[in-house]
Design a protein around this ligand. Structure first.
Ligand SMILES: O=P(O)(O)OC[C@H]1O[C@](O)(COP(=O)(O)O)[C@@H](O)[C@@H]1O
Ligand SMILES: [Mg+2]
Ligand SMILES: [Mg+2]
Length: 313
């Protein structure tokens, strides 16, 4: 039977869904503005210059023209949103202060184009966003009021949580985001694994953990893009992503503010877990914008098992 027009869940757009979430209008507006910005980012990804920008970011990594352009798209949109006081980005050296009056406003940390080095080989990439109330960006991830990512793959999807479930939207031919999955939930145990970092730089505990996962029959699923790799774990509902401490890189590679906190928020709200091996990612108190941390994120039982192995190392 055909569903009544406007009643089908496939016709629920992002704004309408956000309005049903019992959050303030400014936060609805902010998330919709980020969704708008993503339309320009996907356009840049599809047709933009694939070359280098000739500059480097605060991690000393060479920036691509697409990193710089995506960052500018996001920043401009946030500045003009009227609801943001502070902005931090993986591609900016310091916090951009939009206004000193933070009353009723939000602060946003984002990775404008995660996995940008995969665009030239036409693999999926994404934008990751973390939102706090007020002006403080150096808070525990548990204090985020919202987190989201946009995945630029064969389809464009947007996944968000404001602390009440995790919801997926897919971009249609009119570039509108429509609800495709509501209240995404993860199982307790997984059957895929996504391990980042050079394995010959793994410590003994992580090496043993990988062997445990392989013996358990987990399939390797690693694209090198954090957004598609996490999206697979989340949407299949069964799996684990890890980027551990490496020999010579005790904090791994991924960034707490721009990558780990928002993903940990989403995965926890879908019933999964995320740890650095000892402490839940969302309980880490950031000390600097560029802080990194090892991560094990996904199904609760896999994450708990990782902690047993890592502790033994
Ligand atoms: O190349 P590696 O060491 O596997 O690292 C892959 C990780 O690095 C990243 O590309 C880092 O993100 P950026 O592209 O934003 O620098 C993640 O997307 C991914 O999970
Ligand atoms: Mg990144
Ligand atoms: Mg990036």
């Amino acid at each position: 039977m055909l569903s009544e027009p406007g009643k089908s869940k496939f016709q629920i757009d992002l704004r309408r869904h956000l309005r049903s979430q019992n959050i303030c209008d400014k936060l609805v507006h902010l998330i919709c503005e980020i969704a708008e910005a993503s339309k320009y980012v996907i356009n840049a990804v599809r047709t933009g210059d694939l070359g280098v920008a000739g500059t480097s970011n605060l991690y000393g990594e060479e920036q691509l023209a697409l990193d710089v352009l995506s960052d500018r798209i996001m920043r401009k949109r946030l500045i003009h949103s009227g609801v943001v006081c502070n902005i931090a980005s993986e591609e900016m050296d310091e916090i951009y202060q939009v206004t000193t009056d933070s009353d009723g406003l939000y602060s946003v940390a984002y990775d404008p184009l995660d996995g940008s080095s995969l665009v030239d080989v036409n693999l999926a990439v994404g934008t990751i966003v973390s939102i706090f109330k007020g002006d403080n960006l150096l808070q525990e991830g548990r204090k985020q009021v919202a987190a989201m990512y946009i995945l630029y793959g064969p389809r464009v999807s947007l996944v968000y949580s404001v602390g009440d479930g995790v919801h997926e939207f897919t971009m249609n031919q009119l570039m509108e985001y429509n609800l495709t999955r509501e209240n995404v939930r993860m199982q307790r145990d997984g059957n895929i694994y996504s391990p980042g970092g050079l394995r010959n730089k793994y410590n003994e505990g992580d090496e043993k953990f990988i062997r445990y996962l392989e013996a358990k029959g987990c399939k390797l699923r690693y694209s090198g893009g954090f957004v598609p790799d996490i999206n697979q774990v989340l949407m299949k509902g069964k799996g684990l992503f890890m980027y551990p401490a490496l020999n010579g890189s005790p904090n791994g590679k991924l960034r707490l503010l721009f990558e780990l906190n928002p993903m940990a928020f989403l995965i926890e709200h879908a019933g999964g877990a995320a740890t650095n091996g000892k402490t839940p990612i969302l309980d880490l108190k950031p000390e600097s914008l560029d802080q990194r941390a090892p991560i094990y994120i996904g199904c609760v039982e896999d994450v708990n098992r990782a902690m047993e192995y890592v502790d033994k190392a």
